[in-house]
Design a protein around this ligand. Structure first.
Ligand code: PEP
Ligand code: MN
Length: 360
């Protein structure tokens, strides 16, 4: 697949003065709930109304979606509010039913993107459709798998394409439900600048009070839109309760976000600069995270040394590390002087950590 402007024509043609907004509940629960949220979102920036009809739950025994009846409710949403509709499809049967009920935007969920068989089945069922089809990133941070899914749709003559960045699973608990790994999304944008990319801060954060910050980072990184789960009574939602926001809160979030528009040369300069600065912010945060991780390992070594009554400073080991890092640094255009200063500082912090443990 090559980068091509055609992929984003559906979005450019909408001529939006703001990022694309997809909002609505995680799951369609009842006809009343679906219509209430839709009416609350009617005269806002929302462009597509989302509601999960079939829910891919990690463990069985949870609410798995209302099924096809919910598609009738989405049709009603369109009739009563004029909002376009969106839902997740995970097999040929879902696709057939969603198309029958004239859903305007279909997306492939993170748990489906990992399976080339499923993606191919969906691509075959959608062949030549003029609906918008978006691909969520796979649960694991694999750019090829993500792009592979887009390619399967592209080969099925689907022209209105895009991707949704919803973060990635980790075994380790982090402050995110699914860590954003922004670098991966930036790599994708670099390779396919014309492929629309939407951010899903709801599934990245898992917590409603983190949604604003992640949305702002996404806009600073030139994302084309946001998908935000919105519910009239978030705390009592049948799925993803902690991350859903009320329609009022969604409107406030959209109002407070700094939206970067490129209108003239100055704006283009600013937008590029902001984009690069946002990339630096992401990388700086990664540096802090990785330093934190390094010091944790260091603490464990400290505990081990304490048990065996071994000295903190091991000069041979340290000289070997420095030699290796100077060579690695050289290959990346980093001066020996910088490497030495940086690693001396890291080493000192590490010694401080271990001293503290040994003397505790
Ligand atoms: C969803 O959008 O409700 C959903 C299930 O998302 P994901 O595929 O990102 O987990
Ligand atoms: Mn959800």
């Amino acid at each position: 697949m090559e980068n091509n402007k055609q992929m984003r024509k559906w979005l450019d043609d909408m001529n939006l003065p703001h990022p694309l907004v997809i909002a609505g509940p995680c799951s369609a629960e009842t006809e009343e709930q679906v219509l209430k949220v839709a009416h609350d979102l009617k005269d806002t920036d929302v462009n597509y109304y989302r509601a999960g009809i079939w829910k891919p739950r990690t463990r069985p025994g949870n609410f798995e979606g209302v099924g096809a009846i919910g598609l009738k409710w989405l049709q009603k949403v369109k009739e009563e509010t004029g909002l376009k509709t969106a839902t997740e499809v995970a097999n040929r049967n879902h696709v057939d039913l969603a198309l029958e009920h004239d859903v305007d935007l279909l997306w492939i969920g993170a748990r489906s993107t990992v399976s080339p068989f499923i993606v191919q089945e969906i691509a075959d069922a959608l062949k030549g459709t003029d609906k918008v089809v978006l691909v969520k990133n796979p649960v694991n941070p694999d750019l090829s798998l993500w792009l592979g899914a887009v390619e399967r749709l592209h080969s099925s003559n689907i022209e209105k394409l895009g991707v949704i960045h919803r973060g990635f699973s980790t075994y380790e608990k982090t402050k995110y439900r699914n860590i954003p790994e922004w670098q991966l999304a930036i790599d994708l944008q670099t390779r396919f600048p014309d492929l629309p990319i939407i951010n899903d801060p709801s599934h990245i954060t898992g917590k409603r009070d983190m949604i604003f910050d992640v949305s702002q980072t996404a806009l600073d990184l030139n994302f084309d839109g946001l998908m935000i789960e919105t519910h009239c009574d978030p705390d009592n939602a049948w799925s993803d309760a902690a991350q859903q926001v009320t329609p009022d809160r969604l409107v406030q979030i959209m109002k407070d976000l700094r939206i970067r528009k490129e209108t003239d040369e100055q704006a283009e300069y600013n937008s590029k600069l902001n984009n690069l600065r946002a990339q630096i912010d992401v990388i700086d945060n990664q540096l802090i995270e990785i330093m934190g991780k390094r010091m944790k390992v260091s603490d464990e070594i400290g505990a081990l040394k304490k048990k065996r009554n071994v000295a903190v400073l091991q000069s041979n080991r340290w000289n070997a590390i420095l030699g290796n890092m100077i060579l690695e640094g050289e290959q990346r255009g980093l001066s020996e002087e910088f490497i030495l200063r940086m690693f001396k500082a890291i080493h000192q912090e590490s010694i401080n950590h271990q001293e503290k443990i040994i003397n505790s």
